[in-house]
Design a protein around this ligand. Structure first.
Ligand code: FUB
Length: 360
């Protein structure tokens, strides 16, 4: 079992007999005792041969496939815009059961085979339709602007062949592909700060646009239906409203509830659950609505902050249980070298979700 050294020390100064002799010239004799408080992680990394993050899990042909980012240390400088998340390819993981052996299927898509890309292959997702598997991935184009690409394979684990251009009118990061019960696919996406969503107003890029001020309405995630060919958007990109119980949009200062990145959608008993990360406050949250476009009403926290800065997840139902895939930095202790994990998630009868803590 792995333990994390969470609090390194509390210093106890123990007075020994000589302490009482402060009136003499004898130096005070002090012993220092280090108390190590260990915290146990909620779950273990799924693989340790490579660093992985942003796990998007799906069940294809009765097997669990995980589409993660492949974290790697390229030496890129750390900055507030995530320049150190400098990933260059994707590996798909799979397993036949929760707790079963995890297979790393090797390189599924390499940045050198994406003609329009420059750097930073961030959180991907996947979908199955028309007998093919589609990998959706955000990466910076040659101008340094994030767009979302799509790559196709006959197999869930790839290798995937990228389309020659990004998805037209796509932007920012963290695509989540959701298939509704009527067979229509939707792409949720967006992420602020390094994800550049603050630069996109009315679907137009403004290089001078800044992050919002505390009192301004927080930037909203985006959605667009996919065309049946799965390679293009079937409508104009729209904003998604996340509101409080009074129906009010969050402002930027509500940064423990407002959207930051990592959208994921699932459906439970006819309700749509829009889930996401609050980024700089490190929560995974959920909000519910009655249709894929929202509005979604904030309901609460799915997962408290993990070890590491980012918090990013996916949720699947497998053999009548719900699972939350997430990541932390247990293996490396470094923000940009993460490891994916999974834990069971409990949905109550009334549709509320039991908050998970990242340590036991
Ligand atoms: O992995 C790079 C970025 O970090 C992802 O796109 C974000 O969601 C965050 O996890």
């Amino acid at each position: 079992m792995r333990y994390h050294l969470f609090l390194v020390a509390a210093l106890l100064i123990i007075s020994v007999s000589s302490c009482n002799q402060t009136t003499s010239n004898t130096p005070v004799n002090r012993d220092t005792v280090i108390i190590q408080v260990k915290k146990e992680y909620l779950s273990a990394p799924l693989v340790s041969n490579i660093y992985t993050a942003d796990p998007s899990a799906h069940v294809f042909n009765g097997r669990i496939y995980i589409y993660p980012s492949h974290d790697t240390a390229t030496g890129a400088k750390e900055d507030n815009l995530g320049g150190h998340f400098d990933m260059r390819d994707y590996h798909i993981l799979s397993m036949d059961s929760i707790g079963g052996v995890v297979t790393d299927h090797g390189v599924a898509l390499d940045i050198k085979n994406v003609s329009w890309a420059s750097r930073q292959m961030w959180a991907p997702d996947a979908a199955f339709s028309n007998g093919k598997y589609y990998l959706y991935f955000p990466v910076k184009n040659k101008q340094g602007i994030f767009q979302i690409g799509v790559a196709v394979s006959n197999r869930p684990e790839g290798p995937f062949t990228a389309e020659p251009s990004p998805i037209s009118n796509s932007y920012s990061i963290d695509p989540c592909i959701f298939k509704d019960d009527d067979g229509k696919f939707y792409m949720y996406f967006g992420g602020i700060w390094g994800g550049q969503l603050q630069h996109w107003n009315n679907n137009t890029y403004d290089s001078s646009a800044k992050n919002r001020n505390a009192s301004e309405i927080a930037i909203l995630p985006r959605i667009a239906k996919l065309n049946p060919n799965m390679k293009s958007l079937g409508e104009e990109v729209k904003e998604i409203k996340i509101v409080d119980k009074e129906g009010k949009l969050f402002t930027e200062k509500d940064n423990d509830k407002r959207f930051f990145e990592a959208a994921w959608m699932f459906k439970f008993k006819g309700k749509y659950y829009f889930t996401y990360s609050t980024g700089d406050t490190h929560y995974l949250c959920y909000a519910t609505g009655n249709n894929p476009y929202g509005p979604f009403t904030y309901q609460g926290v799915l997962l408290k902050p993990v070890d590491g800065w980012t918090n990013h997840h996916s949720i699947i139902e497998f053999k009548k249980k719900w699972y939350l895939f997430y990541h932390d930095v247990q293996l490396s202790g470094k923000t940009h070298l993460r490891n994916v994990k999974v834990v069971e998630m409990k949905i109550n009868e009334d549709g509320s979700i039991q908050t998970l803590h990242s340590y036991k």
